[in-house]
Design a binder for this molecule. Structure first.
Ligand SMILES: C=CC1=C(C)c2cc3[nH]c(cc4nc(cc5[nH]c(cc1n2)c(C)c5CCC(=O)O)C(CCC(=O)O)=C4C)c(C)c3C=C
Ligand SMILES: [Fe+2]
Length: 440
């Protein structure tokens, strides 16, 4: 299995859809990297040469500095994520470890385009995504990613509420796509919210991600028009000396208590089950997307101690305020000498925890964003919050309702855009994403 050094949910292994060879020793890693340096892997021919490198952290000590630099770069580039996972039914980009660059894009079908045009578009998009994720260049390529391998590229497709009316498929729209309720702290921009179609692109190389975005935009041609685009980033794999949970722009370890694929109820919580009302969604998931701006000027004025009480965890190592390490469970009932809860009653992690929400859980897989500075001089920066769940009403909505009523983090956040998308299972061999809906 291909290994990554920066992961979505703390120290854990890559998602089941990541392909690759047996974890490499320093020696094999070097050999594989040499093969790649000889030019055998590039945008035109990566298939079959997924090195599954051991990551920069393993290989660096045994070799010359120049080789080390080349090796760590090529290891990142050559990691491939399967478009049609062999052992999972879901699309890539859900359990895939966080990538360094992301584009979230929504499209609306063009006037006059309906179900037939949508089906043709999803077929084109699926073919392009499969080629690019394997590191192959599509027809009439721009050449932007010519020198790079697939770089963990994932492309994930979803349908918004409005898609079903536009395509005459209202009867097959899942109730889970009913619009999210209004929350008191919402300041949503409708132009940057929702949309007929949603595409999530992630990659460990910014040019590879841009290349994919352009190719998909060209495929959309006259059948769909861009509604909004958001660009985000995460830490680059290998930037930290050991695999770690990612940090957000407030400086917190974010993702610690995410559900893990090894949890016995993971699939049930994150993916639509076999008994779901809408058959075409079985094995799929629902994505909630929120552009959440952080009021960083206010946040950064708070002391470390105050910041930690807002979350309920320590900033440096992510351990709960009740002690231990990052992976130690929070003791929500622990009180201090003053008789008050050690993890404050309005701490974000307490209010959002499954224990406070009838077991509700979601897989958070965000990107940070920074779109420059606002007129008032404040950074236009924050979190492109993306979370995945089998049922948004029982996961995101349940938790956000609670956060909305008294989360200590809320005064430092502005929810500025929102989307809810049905993300169907992966394409079957010879098929395309969404075919059972569009042709069923
Ligand atoms: C409605 C869901 C959530 C929103 C919106 C949200 C925004 C948000 N969160 C952080 C930072 C942290 N969140 C943490 C934990 C956490 N957050 C949610 C849900 C939402 N967060 C959940 C379900 C959890 C897990 C709670 C638990 O089970 O313990 C943490 C702590 C570390 C961790 O577990 O990840 C941080 C830090 C920001 C900055 C933010 C909006 C910008
Ligand atoms: Fe959170």
């Amino acid at each position: 299995m291909s290994k990554r050094t920066e992961q979505a949910a703390g120290p854990r292994t890559a998602g089941p859809e990541t392909t690759g060879a047996t974890p490499a020793t320093p020696q094999t890693s070097l050999e594989l990297s040499r093969r790649r340096l000889l030019g055998t892997v590039g945008a035109a021919g990566a298939a079959g040469l997924v090195v599954g490198g051991a990551g920069a952290a393993i290989g660096v000590s045994a070799t010359e500095p120049e080789q080390d630099a080349a090796k760590s770069v090529t290891t990142i580039g050559s990691t491939e994520v399967a478009f049609r996972p062999a052992r999972a039914r879901h699309q890539a980009g859900i359990t895939t470890p966080l990538q360094a660059t992301g584009h979230l894009v929504a499209f609306d079908l063009a006037p006059g385009a309906g179900r037939k045009e949508a089906a043709a578009l999803l077929r084109r998009w699926s073919r392009t995504a499969e080629e690019l994720m394997a590191g192959r260049a599509p027809a009439a390529d721009t050449g932007v990613a010519l020198d790079a391998g697939p770089s963990s590229l994932t492309v994930t497709f979803g349908f918004g509420h409005s898609f079903f009316g536009r395509t005459g498929l209202t009867a097959r729209r899942p109730v889970q796509l009913d619009p999210l309720p209004d929350f008191s702290a919402d300041a949503l921009d409708p132009k940057r919210s929702n949309g007929d179609l949603w595409v999530q692109i992630g990659a460990d190389d910014a040019l590879v991600a841009f290349h994919a975005l352009r190719a998909l935009q060209k495929d959309a041609a006259d059948s769909a028009r861009l509604r909004w685009q958001m660009n985000g980033f995460n830490r680059t794999p290998g930037a930290t000396a050991r695999p770690m949970t990612a940090r957000n722009l407030m400086g917190q370890l974010d993702g610690t208590n995410n559900p893990k694929p090894s949890d016995k109820d993971f699939d049930e919580r994150i993916f639509v089950g076999r008994d779901a009302g809408q058959e075409w969604m079985r094995g799929g998931s629902y994505a909630v997307v929120r552009r959440i701006r952080m009021l960083l000027d206010d946040w950064e004025k708070r002391s470390r101690h105050e910041q930690e009480r807002v979350i309920g965890r320590r900033k440096d190592d992510g351990a709960p305020l009740t002690g231990g390490s990052e992976t130690t469970p929070m003791r929500l009932d622990a009180t201090g000498p003053d008789g008050l809860p050690v993890i404050p009653s309005n701490a974000h992690a307490r209010i959002a925890a499954p224990e406070s929400n009838q077991g509700a859980a979601m897989l958070r897989r965000p990107f940070s964003f920074h779109d420059g500075y606002r007129e008032d001089g404040a950074p236009d920066a924050g979190l492109l919050f993306v979370c995945w769940q089998a049922d948004p009403l029982r996961a995101f909505t349940q938790v956000q309702r609670k956060l909305d009523r008294g989360d200590a983090l809320s005064p430092f956040l502005r929810h500025e855009a929102s989307g809810l998308f049905a993300v169907p299972p992966a394409a079957e061999p010879g098929g395309y994403v969404g075919r059972p809906l569009l042709e069923g």
